[in-house]
Ligand binder design. Structure first.
Ligand SMILES: Nc1ncnc2c1ncn2[C@@H]1O[C@H](COP(=O)(O)OP(=O)(O)OP(=O)(O)O)[C@@H](O)[C@H]1O
Length: 247
């Protein structure tokens, strides 16, 4: 089966500083791929390139075998099926989880008129189903500002899932979460991966150990190695540049 995403020799040069120096990486369908590596390795920059926030200076990013993302604007990349949850919150705190998802759904339709239209029964059912999935059904009518940190993050993820993506990009999704919230987030990601590949930048090695299907280690703008977490942990080079110090 062809990978859902292929990065080929991707380079990013920030006015002379080479943040990415020829990254080759593939994401397979249904995979939970963790991108790890020391600070400044280029992980976030790679996510930025994939979602169109940063332009690569060389190389190619191919989606679903034949769609080149390299020159597409961010919104077009979303429409192709790649969404990204940023660390900075984007939910409306004065609205309920249901209303937040309603807005996300209407944005997806992209029709201005529909913003004033009533939701159909099936649209409401879809939002309820999603609320169940992200564990917020019980608090669907409470103001988002009263949610815990973890619940807010899940709502953010829900806002992305309403786009029905094929690839979800997450940047340190469990930062600031309690132990229980971390586990719930991992389980949510496993549930999401049944329909959508997930590429995650993460520093928490316990979380990576528990929920990864594959791990890619980046160092100094390149892929150092990739494989199952068990093998990665044994790798001497990885121990030297990263795990030996922080994991
Ligand atoms: N817009 C920019 N202009 C110049 N340099 C940048 C820019 N964005 C990132 N960099 C540099 O590129 C390198 C890679 O940064 P990046 O944020 O991708 O690393 P990272 O692996 O995500 O690190 P961390 O784990 O700390 O988030 C860093 O040295 C960073 O300072």
């Amino acid at each position: 089966m062809q990978p859902i995403l292929s990065c080929r020799n991707v380079m990013v040069d920030f006015s002379g500083f080479k943040a990415l120096q020829g990254v080759d990486l593939q994401v397979e369908s249904g995979e939970i791929l963790f991108l790890i590596g020391p600070n400044g390795a280029g992980k976030t920059t790679l996510l930025d390139v994939i979602c169109g926030k940063t332009r690569s200076t060389d190389g190619e990013v191919i989606f679903e075998g034949n769609i080149s993302l390299t020159k597409l604007p961010e919104q077009k990349i979303v429409h192709k099926g790649i969404v990204r949850k940023f660390q900075a919150p984007s939910i409306f705190l004065q609205l309920t989880p249901f209303e937040n998802l309603e807005i996300a759904m209407k944005q997806k339709k992209k029709l201005f008129s529909i913003i004033f239209a009533k939701m159909s029964v099936s649209q409401k059912a879809k939002i309820d189903e999603l609320l169940n999935k992200i564990g917020l059904y019980e608090v669907r009518d409470e103001l988002a500002q009263s949610l815990s940190h973890g619940q807010k993050q899940w709502l953010e993820i829900g806002m992305q899932l309403i786009q029905e993506p094929k690839l979800l990009l997450l940047d340190e999704p469990i930062a600031g979460m309690s132990g229980e919230e971390r586990n719930k987030t991992g389980e949510l990601i496993e549930e999401i991966a049944k329909k959508c590949s997930v590429l995650i930048v993460e520093h928490d090695m316990d979380f990576v150990r528990k929920f990864s299907t594959k791990v890619v280690v980046m160092h100094e703008g390149k892929v150092l190695c990739e494989g199952a977490m068990q093998d990665i942990q044994e790798n001497e080079e990885v121990k030297n540049v990263y795990l030996g110090r922080s994991g």
